[in-house]
Design a protein around this ligand. Structure first.
Ligand SMILES: [Zn+2]
Length: 325
């Protein structure tokens, strides 16, 4: 038999073995996280100060969804019989000092970017219903130049696919995230999305502790949009707190979990997914990040927590071209 055929058969047999073992073991491996095992940094007694301008508004731009998938492959403890359709989105924040995107979702060149993946990962991460943010903005008369900066929650392919659709925007990223991405491999990181001409702006968290996070970055100096470090899923993932003129507070947590159920349980990604796709950079650190958000939700029940891919949470938020203030 030809060598490549033998190798293919071996990989297939290995995958099937892992799958069968995983399905047998999942019930014991998929319990909720043991909350008391995680350090509890002090939380503030009330909301941090914020003076959002009246014109501040945000909108969620849906750029694509993944194919239907059982919830058991989205969050540990999820049901096999519950269908989920994780979303790829960009968050557009309009502020008098300049608009920005938090993540881009899938961009105009995603087909060629995605083609570098193996057949298995093309199937596993298959997407549909593509509507790049740049196209939607253009269709509603928003020039791409209005987007002054893009802040990826992290640099995984489905969060930065649209970077090059906004050539004039500064891309704000921490040094360790950029380093991680540049050494990364598909399917997580796809170099063509961020090689060559990109207007990088390396930032540091120079602000004080914020909502239990050790440091922060206040983007406009008015407390309306504040970044916090959320390492774990990647080396330099960041979260975004928004304080709206209405008084509502939102917390965009990137891929700390893929679904809100992950932070309410609290529970991490399914064991099977973590083993098959090596999706988290530092699983222990990401578990701690999940538990922290879980505690924040309990201490601040009005806080609207938004995992980047949770289509059910997204359905309750304004969808572009609608905005909320
Ligand atoms: Zn990710």
């Amino acid at each position: 038999m030809k060598k490549w055929l033998v190798r293919g058969a071996a990989v297939l047999a290995g995958t099937v073995t892992v799958l069968v073992a995983a399905l047998a073991l999942m019930p014991v491996l998929e319990g909720p996280l043991d909350e008391p095992a995680y350090a509890a940094p002090p939380l503030p007694g009330g909301w941090p100060d914020a003076r959002p301008p009246q014109a501040l508004a945000y909108s969620l731009i849906h750029t694509s969804t993944t194919q239907a998938t059982p919830e058991a492959l989205v969050v540990a403890g999820g049901r096999w019989g519950t269908e989920r359709r994780p979303l790829h989105a960009a968050v557009l924040v309009r502020h008098p000092q300049g608009s920005f995107l938090f993540d881009t979702g899938l961009g105009r060149r995603v087909a060629e970017q995605f083609a570098v993946n193996s057949a298995f990962h093309r199937q596993f991460f298959a997407y549909e219903g593509l509507a790049p943010a740049a196209d939607q903005l253009a269709a509603h008369g928003v020039p791409v130049g209005e987007i002054r900066r893009i802040i990826p929650s992290h640099m995984h392919w489905d969060h930065v696919s649209g970077l090059k659709d906004f050539p004039d925007a500064e891309v704000w990223v921490g040094a360790e995230e950029l380093e991680h991405a540049r050494h990364g491999q598909p399917p997580g990181f796809i170099a063509s999305q961020f090689d060559g001409d990109v207007r990088w702006r390396l930032f540091e968290f120079d602000g004080p502790a914020y909502m239990g996070y050790p440091a922060s970055l206040d983007l406009f100096g008015d407390g309306s949009a504040v970044l916090v470090p959320m390492q774990g899923h990647t080396a330099g993932q960041v979260g975004l707190f928004l304080a709206l003129p209405s008084g509502q507070r939102l917390f965009f947590i990137g891929d700390t979990t893929w679904a809100l159920e992950g932070v309410t349980a609290p529970a991490e990604r399914p064991w099977l997914v973590r083993r098959l796709s090596n999706v988290d950079h530092d699983e222990a650190r990401n578990r701690a990040a999940i538990v922290h958000v879980h505690r924040l939700m309990r201490a601040f029940p009005e806080l609207v927590v938004v995992p980047a891919h949770d289509e059910r949470v997204a359905a309750r938020l304004p969808r572009f071209p609608a905005f909320a203030r």
